[in-house]
Design a protein around this ligand. Structure first.
Ligand SMILES: [Zn+2]
Length: 63
């Protein structure tokens, strides 16, 4: 599985269907075979990054 943002493989599981990219510090949630991407803000809140990616880019790539 690769991070759709940095294409890195440094992804850790943090919960059910929830992952975290240690390379670019975004949270990845799997929903219907696609990633939902969130950035963790300084105050701990999450902001969605989904708008920055095409559907195709958010498709989960297994390897
Ligand atoms: Zn990443």
């Amino acid at each position: 599985m690769r991070c759709p943002n940095c294409k890195g493989k440094d992804i850790g599981k943090i919960g059910t269907n929830q992952y975290y990219c240690w390379n670019c510090f975004i949270e990845l949630t799997i929903d219907n075979g696609r990633f939902c991407l969130h950035q963790v803000e300084a105050d701990g809140s999450l902001s969605s990054l989904d708008d920055l990616f095409e559907e195709e880019e958010r498709r989960i790539q297994m390897d």
